[in-house]
Ligand binder design. Sequence first.
Ligand SMILES: NC(=O)c1ccc[n+]([C@@H]2O[C@H](COP(=O)([O-])OP(=O)(O)OC[C@H]3O[C@@H](n4cnc5c(N)ncnc54)[C@H](OP(=O)(O)O)[C@@H]3O)[C@@H](O)[C@H]2O)c1
Length: 281
Amino acid sequence: MDLNGKTLVLTGANGGLGQAIARELAAAGARLVLIGIGQVVLDDLARELGNGKSHHCPMDLDLSREQGIDELVQFCEELPNGIDGLINSAGLNRFAIAEDHDYQATSRLFMVNLVAPVMLSARLLPLLKTRKEALIVNIGSVLGAIGNPGYSAYCASKSGLARFSETLRRELADSPVKVLHFNPRVVRTGMNSAAVNSLNEKLGNKSDAPEQVASLLIRQLQEDRFGEYCVGWPEKLFVKINALFPGLVDRNFSKNLKLIKTAAREESEFIQARAVEKPAN
Ligand SMILES: NC(=O)c1ccc[n+]([C@@H]2O[C@H](COP(=O)([O-])OP(=O)(O)OC[C@H]3O[C@@H](n4cnc5c(N)ncnc54)[C@H](OP(=O)(O)O)[C@@H]3O)[C@@H](O)[C@H]2O)c1
């Protein structure tokens, strides 16, 4: 797909991976609607990408709320030239054992990781279907294909997103809208806390720079390779082994369970202590 001149909505645009994706898309000639929380960072990004000219549109919206979705949809409907694609990169993670999940953080995580992509797709599809060619990209995770202890809610949300992408791709087979579900392994961004980085290192989990991941994503789009894509080897193989022989993977995780649970508990205690110090408004 030629991205030059396409107008694309990118959520999570001010995130570690989102910024790298934004730079690649802008370099390929796309015009971007940049969605995130924090107008100043988004304005700076839009200026940098536009190289002094105003090709890109930054919007500070909370996608965990219906109002955020409504505002974005209304903005797209009023764009004189419409939109050609939606890239859902906004996401939240929570490293905690199952019994340490609380209602507020968990519902917010599901809203951002799953409900927002589903509702944005639903509401923007009427616009996308009017184009000669259009795209929807959902940024999933290898953790959407392999349940990792310490990430039950995150894995559930990304697994749900993967089935959503699969269904959408099949439902839209007779339309101009192509769907890509893109699963990174660990990416070196602010999403992962120091505790998570340290655990990943001890477990030998491989990680990628956001620029590498963004460039893989853009290549998939430019080479018209839609469907599902998983970043990294041996992660591609682990996903297949997990699907065929889950007992093998259970045993492998059992070996590291004590280490993972200790790190997750420490992370929850740290988050709780910080919440007491700085209560949310
Ligand atoms: N990092 C990894 O290891 C990794 C691995 C696999 C998959 N992924 C996936 O890759 C995607 C990008 O993650 P990242 O690494 O770039 O994480 P990140 O740096 O934490 O960025 C996440 C982005 O989501 C936005 N966001 C969070 N809550 C939002 C809300 N309520 N409304 C609107 N925007 C919201 C954030 O905005 P603010 O910063 O303004 O809050 C930020 O732009 C996510 O879907 C993530 O699950 C990441």
